[in-house]
Design a protein around this ligand. Structure first.
Ligand SMILES: Cc1cc2nc3c(=O)[nH]c(=O)nc-3n(C[C@H](O)[C@H](O)[C@H](O)COP(=O)(O)O)c2cc1C
Length: 182
């Protein structure tokens, strides 16, 4: 796929067909992630791929924990978290993305974010849909405990065959986000 087409054509996909994704495709997506640049080539990213019962156990926990948090802070303060949970429940695959960086460098997070972007772009090139889900932050420690890894949990990526692709979100122009100094 042409690079510009990938960069400009990718959308967050929040609705998926009821159709599984072959493991080989998931592996290709993760392999693309491993080609991201990383701080000191530390390759701090780690991935937990969830399907079937393993995914259900995680999303059941996520929903339960969101309900607990919402009782404490109020539904009006839960943002898009319940909708993100529904997306994860319906997606055939959820990839949990970790930061295994041991140096606690700020840049370790950058490495993992670069890897996630590669996941999204490779999935798009394969005809798959994804959405990057930061809303797991509402219940981070419970999800981390459940998965039992020593790393920092960064994000979830929902993955599946697109059922509906929404219109492009507006973008700021180059001039709005850039200053040129000489
Ligand atoms: C760090 C980060 C966190 C995000 N978290 C969520 C989320 O929790 N739920 C969701 O539906 N979308 C989430 N998104 C997707 C954004 O809403 C989306 O990328 C943005 O609206 C631009 O739309 P596009 O991806 O279709 O270009 C997240 C994106 C990023 C980069």
């Amino acid at each position: 796929m042409d690079l510009d087409q990938a960069l400009k054509g990718r959308r967050s996909v929040r609705s998926y067909l009821d159709k599984s994704v072959q493991e080989d495709l998931v592996r290709q997506v993760i392999e693309a992630a491993t080609f991201a640049p990383s701080a000191k080539n530390g390759q701090q990213w780690r991935f937990t791929v969830l399907i079937g019962n393993a995914k259900k156990a995680l999303t059941d926990l996520f929903r339960h924990e969101l309900e607990v948090v919402s009782q404490r802070i109020g539904l009006e303060n839960m943002g898009s978290s319940f909708s993100s949970c529904s997306i994860m429940e319906k997606a055939p695959v959820v990839i949990m993305v970790w930061n295994a960086g041991e140096k606690s460098w700020e840049t370790e997070i950058h490495s993992v974010a670069a890897a996630i972007q590669n996941v999204l772009l490779k999935a798009y090139a394969l005809g798959l849909g994804t959405v990057w889900i930061g809303d797991i932050f509402y219940t981070l420690s419970a999800l981390k405990r459940h998965l039992g890894k020593p790393w920092k949990l960064m994000a979830a990526v929902a993955l599946g065959w697109p059922a509906h692709v929404s219109n492009p979100r507006p973008r700021k122009s180059v001039d709005e986000v850039t200053e040129f100094l000489s």
